[in-house]
Write a protein that binds this ligand. Sequence first.
Ligand SMILES: [Zn+2]
Ligand SMILES: [Zn+2]
Length: 338
Amino acid sequence: MKTIVCIEPGILEKREVERPSPSAGEVLVKIKSIGICGTDIHAFGGNQPFFEYPRVLGHELSGTIASLGEGVDLPVGSSVYIIPYLNCGDCIACNNGKPNCCTNIEVLGVHRDGGMSEYICVPASAVVIADGLTFNDMAIIECLAIGAHAVRRAQLSEHDTVLVQGAGPIGLGTAQFAKVAGAKVFVSDIRKDKLKFCKEAYSLDGVVDASGDVNAQLAALTDGQYPSVIMDCTGNVNAMQSTFTNLAHGGKIVFISVIKKSICFDDPEFHKRETTLLGSRNATAQDFEFVVSCLKNGSVVSSSLITHTGKFSELFEDFNQWTKPENGVIKAVVEMDE
Ligand SMILES: [Zn+2]
Ligand SMILES: [Zn+2]
């Protein structure tokens, strides 16, 4: 089978390798669509710390069940998406129903080889059968589930005014689920073209130019009350630190993006608001199911997220283009050649 390996930063190589066969408890999935994520772009760009090469990228995956390992009983041929977070099932987080932050987590395409291949073997517990969605939609369920999980963490309601920081795919997914929860939603970004795109694509209640005075713009949008929830998807230390002083009293901060730095805040600012600070990591099967239901009932639309598609055979040229911000890529999806 064909596979595409990221040999070292900036270099993808097409290889012909033997098709894997599923061990006991595993499923062989024939890949149909692969969503391209910030993680892939950063790994390709060499700015994903602690990332080991060579690595087959790709963790946003859909396909069909090709064959089964011993002890697995699933209908061969059915359409599936893959939950790419492989958890141990045995640690404190797993035992407390939080496999998304398992102490031994392995993410496909990050800690072990992902799905930029014609086939991949995964544990049967990582595949979910889903009918009635396109393979491209199924490939971005993971990306959307990150936002759905964060919104669930924040327990948003129609009483909330939410600022989502960062208009990338995770931010825009988060904004959509905040709308589904009934909240008033603003999105901020430093790129005006992205703000224009998302203002047109979603019925947002406002956009904030993050290159300007964010605090003043938020004061104007909220009658001086400020957002009751700020959800950060920027991966930018300054943006993350600004949340502590841009938040409403009694509000919540949710850090979705992760950075390899320390975050500093002023305790009086934190305390006077009785701030709730939440981290949000990955997503659980419950979030994936919720995303599927939203895609099916149309409350969340993939067409406003997927801006580019390409073929597996043409991935090399496309990938270089997709990494350039000026090309306006929100989300690219690679389709397998028939
Ligand atoms: Zn992803
Ligand atoms: Zn675990």
